[in-house]
Design a protein around this ligand. Sequence first.
Ligand SMILES: NC(=O)C1=CN([C@@H]2O[C@H](COP(=O)(O)OP(=O)(O)OC[C@H]3O[C@@H](n4cnc5c(N)ncnc54)[C@H](OP(=O)(O)O)[C@@H]3O)[C@@H](O)[C@H]2O)C=CC1
Ligand SMILES: O=C(O)CCC(=O)C(=O)O
Ligand SMILES: [Mg+2]
Length: 474
Amino acid sequence: MPKFEKLNLPKEGELITFNQGKPNVPNNPIVPYIRGDGTGVDIWPATQLVLDEAIKKSYGDERKINWFKVYAGDEACEIYGTYNYLPQDTIEAIRHFGVAIKGPLTTPIGGGIRSLNVALRQIFDLYSCVRPCKYYSGTPSPHKNPQNLDVIVYRENTEDIYMGIEWEADDHTCIDLINHLNNVVIPNSKNLKNRSIPDGSGIGIKPVSKLGSQRHIRKAIEHAKRLSGNKKHVTLVHKGNIMKYTEGAFRDWGYELAVNEFRADCITERESWILDNIHKNPEITIENNARKIEPGYDKLTSNKKAFICEEIKEVIASISNSHGNNKWEELIMVDDRIADSIFQQIQTRPQEYSILATLNLNGDYVSDAAAAIVGGLGMAPGANIGDNSAIFEATHGTAPKHAGLNKINPGSVILSGVMMLEYFGWNEAAKLVTSGISKAIEEKKVTYDLARLMEPKVAPLSCSGFAEAIISNF
Ligand SMILES: NC(=O)C1=CN([C@@H]2O[C@H](COP(=O)(O)OP(=O)(O)OC[C@H]3O[C@@H](n4cnc5c(N)ncnc54)[C@H](OP(=O)(O)O)[C@@H]3O)[C@@H](O)[C@H]2O)C=CC1
Ligand SMILES: O=C(O)CCC(=O)C(=O)O
Ligand SMILES: [Mg+2]
């Protein structure tokens, strides 16, 4: 047990341990929590109350979470001193106890400290951020058919521009770097021709590794294996047409993983087209199959045509027996979409998507956008998952203008708590909370964010009032 400088360890409780990425949860785990900045002050007490009541109702005295208060953000500075936003105590507590839950933490724009939220994900190597966006019946939405959206954003959580490797314009290291790139690196890279970075630029680096991409996409595919019907579907979201060696590589490494490591479980979209063409017309020639899968095939160069025909022959030789005759329909579909297009696809054809595997920045954007369709950031939970720890937190931030007013919707952190209960295998308590939330919404007992969208308008409940409405449904 680490020695804590300023923390009060709960008197009772046991340690969660990990075995090959899976938690082994005792009946009385100690769980560190960070209240959070801004609206964290309102949301956390509501969340703790709902989770405790659900556990008590489901398991009596048999199970209990022993909450362990740890500090980050402004609260930490009050306890540990100025600029001590993420004390060593907090890091050691989460490292030791493995699973934590947190409210939102403020990150200043431009200068100032780097994100504590991102730092926690990196310190504990929580490489997948899992953000389910699904509709709870009765939730008001700006969309006509919000119930059609049921996606899980799987956001890579440790790489991409969130690594924070960047230099301010006019910083001397930045000037040296630009000179080196302009005078040495770019002239020696024949694909970069005579490009030149303008003086006075800031520079940010976007590392995307094969290992980082594949371990994350592996988690997404493993999740898809647990789903059924057309939800067995992973879409690799990328901007690989523009950022070829980062976002494009993410897509390529994703397909490589799917067809090498998950061959028996997966079909790629393109393979499915080839096999479907053969199923519909067993006599189809390779060239006619190529015409059907590749728009504009007849106008391609002969090299490109030959390449596509080879691809078709390879698919037939390798998987027509195992995956043909529509057997692929039972498997996990792996496809890819360019990131800007997925923003409109989740609005126009939401029912066609399930798991969206993304890089860090795209996942940050798309998770807020998907949340908007199903009721907004008040209903958007999340989990940061690694191999030996997990931190549960909402998609939203500190919403400072609503802080301390007992007004904000605690739904997202409560639902993040539900994800934690499911992670523990405490499914009865998890179900009790989700059904309690659903009933409260159906009865129009909701906070301001949902109340203002309802027709006819309803009077909003407070943050704590919403928690009580949920509990009254247990
Ligand atoms: N993981 C984390 O801790 C995160 C931290 N942040 C940080 O939070 C700070 C504020 O960021 P900001 O861009 O304003 O984004 P926020 O997500 O904090 O808030 C933006 C708006 O979203 C709505 N909203 C947010 N939370 C809720 C909720 N619980 N219930 C209902 N509506 C909600 C509110 O809209 P309205 O006013 O229209 O009702 C709010 O004004 C920044 O410092 C940012 O870096 C941001 C995201 C994640
Ligand atoms: O760390 C932050 O302040 C913002 C992070 C964020 O927007 C997110 O993780 O969704
Ligand atoms: Mg975000």
